[in-house]
Design a protein around this ligand. Structure first.
Ligand code: CU
Length: 511
C-alpha cells in the first residue's frame, strides 16, 4: 500500500502541472520551492475510527536542515486517498526510522500550514500571497489554508455533524518551518493524521484570520513601552509612580466582512512568545466578544523553556480551541474582528496573531448579532503557568568545536558611526558586527547577499524584526532609545550577530 501511495503521489505531480495558477502562486511563497512529494511521502491505507470514519497516517520528509539553522519551505503533501469530510486532523514531526516524536532538543516544528491547491482561500482569494521573501507573487490565486499548527500542535476537531470536505484528487501542500537545535545536519518526517467521515455531514469552510494576512511569513513586532526617565521625573519632583497592577499590552486587529450567511462552529489560534491571547469581537454588535483562543504556558521545567541554544522566544504549550454544534450565527455582510493581544512590557519580535475558524453556510441566518453559543473549550490538561513568560534571548555563536555557545557580543572592535549609517548584510555575515551610534541616529541595513536574511532583535530596548531581504533591498530604523541592541538573523542565528550600542543624547543645559 505504501508503494501504491507513493506512485499515486507522483501521478499527482503530473496532475498538478495542469493546475498552473496554484503552482505559480504557491511556488512563489518560497523562492527555493521544495520539490514535489517524492520518496518518503505518502499516506497509509487507513484504520477504521468509528462508523463511516477512517484515520489516515501520512508522512512528508522535511528535507535537510543545516546545523542550528531554520528551514522554511513549501512542498506538495500527500492527500489522503478518500473522499469525505475531515473531522479531525493533527500533525507532528517524527523520526524517519522509529516514527517516534522528535524532541525539540533536536528539531522543532515551529509551524506548519496545510493548503488545498484546488481551492481558493476564503480571505486572500483575489489578492494572492506575499512570499517568504516579502515580494508579492504573481496573480491572484491563493490556495486555501485549511489547517495549521505551531509548536503548540493545534488539532483540528469538528463538532459533531460537521467536517471540512476533502477530495482525494485534490492536491495538498504545506508551508512549514523547522528549527535545528543541534550542530549537525538533520532531517525527519512531517507526520499528519487525518480522520475522514464518509457519512453525510454539513460542510464547514475554513476562514483564515490573520492580523498580517496573505503573507507566507505573517510576522510583526511588539516594540515594548519606553523605559521611564526616572532621573528626569525625580528632578521635576514627581512622586514615584506606583507599579501598575496590570502590564501594558498592545493589540493589533483586523476586520473581516463575512461574505455568506452561516454558523461559525469551531476555531483555534496561533501566537508566539509574549502573547496574552486572541479574541474575536463584533464591532457592529456593541463590540461584544464572541470567541477566544488562550495560550497555556508550560511549567519552568517544560522543554520549550529549556531547549538550548535559544533561537527564539519560547511560545505557549497549547492554544485553546472552541467549538459548538449550534455555532455563532453570522449574517452575510457582518464584520468579525480578530484581536491579537501581546504583552508590551518587553519587546517581542517576529510574533504572529492567527485564528482559523470554520463556517458552515446557512441561508436561514438573517439576523445580525445572533446569540453567542456557550462554546465547548478544548485545552491541554498539562499543568501551566499564567503568562506570558518573560524571557531573554541571548546571542549565540559557535565555539572552537562548532558547538553553540552564548556570547555577549560578536568578535571584533567597535566602530563608531555617524547620524546616518548604511551597513551591509552579506551572505552569513553582518558588515559591521559592532557599532556605536548616538541616540537618535538612523541605521540602514542593506541586504547585499544572494540568500535571504533578516535583522532581528535578540535583546535590547526596542522590538525590531525585518522582512527576509536580499538583492540590495534595505531596511532603515531610527534608534531613539539608548542601550545595547543585540541582533541576529533569525534564519542563521548562530552565524550572524550584530551589536549596536546607542549612547544617550547629551542633555542640553538650560540657560
Ligand atoms: Cu541569514
Amino acid at each position: 500500500m505504501e508503494a501504491r501511495s507513493r506512485s499515486k503521489s507522483r501521478a499527482k505531480v503530473a496532475a498538478i502541472a495542469g493546475f498552473l495558477p496554484a503552482v505559480v502562486a504557491v511556488a512563489l511563497l518560497i523562492p527555493s520551492a521544495g520539490s514535489a512529494a517524492g520518496p518518503g511521502s505518502g499516506c497509509d491505507a487507513g484504520t477504521p475510527a468509528g462508523p463511516n470514519k477512517t484515520t489516515y497516517k501520512c508522512n512528508l520528509p522535511t528535507g535537510t536542515i543545516g546545523g542550528y539553522e531554520v528551514r522554511q519551505w513549501f512542498a506538495l503533501a500527500p492527500t489522503p486517498p478518500q473522499n469525505g469530510f475531515i473531522t479531525h486532523m493533527e500533525t507532528d514531526i517524527v523520526d524517519e526510522g522509529s516514527g517516534a516524536q522528535v524532541p525539540i532538543s533536536r528539531l522543532m516544528l515551529h509551524h506548519i500550514v496545510f493548503l488545498n491547491l484546488n481551492k481558493q482561500d476564503s480571505t486572500c482569494a483575489g489578492q494572492g500571497y506575499t512570499g517568504f521573501d516579502g515580494r508579492k507573487g504573481f496573480g491572484t490565486f491563493a490556495p486555501q489554508r485549511f489547517y495549521g499548527a505551531g509548536e503548540e500542535r493545534m488539532k483540528l476537531s469538528m463538532p459533531p455533524g460537521y467536517g471540512v470536505p476533502t477530495d482525494q484528487n485534490h492536491n495538498w501542500g504545506v508551508v512549514a518551518m523547522v528549527m535545528n537545535h543541534r550542530s549537525g545536519v538533520d532531517n525527519a518526517l512531517i507526520h499528519y493524521e487525518v480522520t475522514i467521515d464518509t457519512g453525510p455531514l454539513m460542510p464547514a469552510k475554513p476562514y483564515w484570520f490573520d492580523v498580517r494576512d496573505c503573507r507566507a511569513d505573517p510576522i510583526y513586532n511588539i516594540p515594548s513601552v519606553a523605559k521611564k526617565k526616572t532621573v528626569a521625573a525625580k528632578k521635576k519632583g514627581k512622586k514615584k509612580r506606583k507599579k501598575p497592577r496590570t502590564k501594558p499590552t498592545v493589540t493589533e486587529s483586523r476586520d473581516y466582512v463575512i461574505p455568506e450567511s452561516g454558523r461559525l462552529i469551531a476555531g483555534a489560534g496561533h501566537v508566539h512568545g509574549g502573547a496574552v491571547g486572541l479574541t474575536l469581537t463584533e464591532p457592529n454588535c456593541g463590540n461584544r466578544a464572541v470567541a477566544r483562543s488562550d495560550p497555556t504556558w508550560g511549567l519552568p521545567d517544560h522543554p520549550f523553556y529549556n531547549v538550548r541554544p535559544i533561537l527564539h522566544e519560547p511560545g505557549p504549550i497549547n492554544m485553546s480551541a472552541f467549538g459548538r454544534t449550534a455555532g455563532l450565527p453570522v449574517r452575510a455582510g457582518e464584520t468579525i474582528r480578530l484581536n491579537s493581544i501581546y504583552d508590551n512590557s518587553l519587546p517581542h519580535v517576529r510574533v504572529m496573531g492567527i485564528m482559523v475558524v470554520y463556517l458552515v453556510p446557512d441561508a436561514s441566518v438573517t439576523q445580525d448579532c445572533g446569540p453567542v453559543p456557550g462554546w465547548d473549550v478544548l485545552k491541554t490538561n498539562q499543568p501551566g503557568r499564567p503568562g506570558p513568560i518573560p524571557s531573554r534571548i541571548p546571542l549565540t555563536g559557535l565555539d572552537a568545536n562548532g558547538q553553540a555557545t552564548t556570547i555577549n557580543a560578536p568578535p571584533g572592535p567597535i566602530r563608531n558611526a555617524g547620524r546616518n549609517t548604511v551597513t551591509s548584510v552579506g551572505d552569513r555575515f553582518f558588515g559591521a558586527p559592532n557599532l556605536r551610534v548616538r541616540q537618535g541616529s538612523w541605521i540602514t541595513w542593506q541586504f547585499n547577499g544572494a540568500e535571504l536574511h533578516n535583522v532581528t532583535l535578540a535583546n535590547g530596548p526596542l522590538g525590531i524584526g525585518t522582512d527576509n531581504l536580499d538583492g540590495g533591498r534595505t531596511f532603515t530604523q531610527k534608534l531613539d532609545r539608548p542601550g545595547t541592541y543585540r541582533f541576529f538573523c533569525a534564519l542563521h542565528p548562530v552565524q550572524m550577530q550584530e551589536r549596536v550600542i546607542v549612547t544617550p543624547r547629551k542633555h542640553k543645559k538650560k540657560p
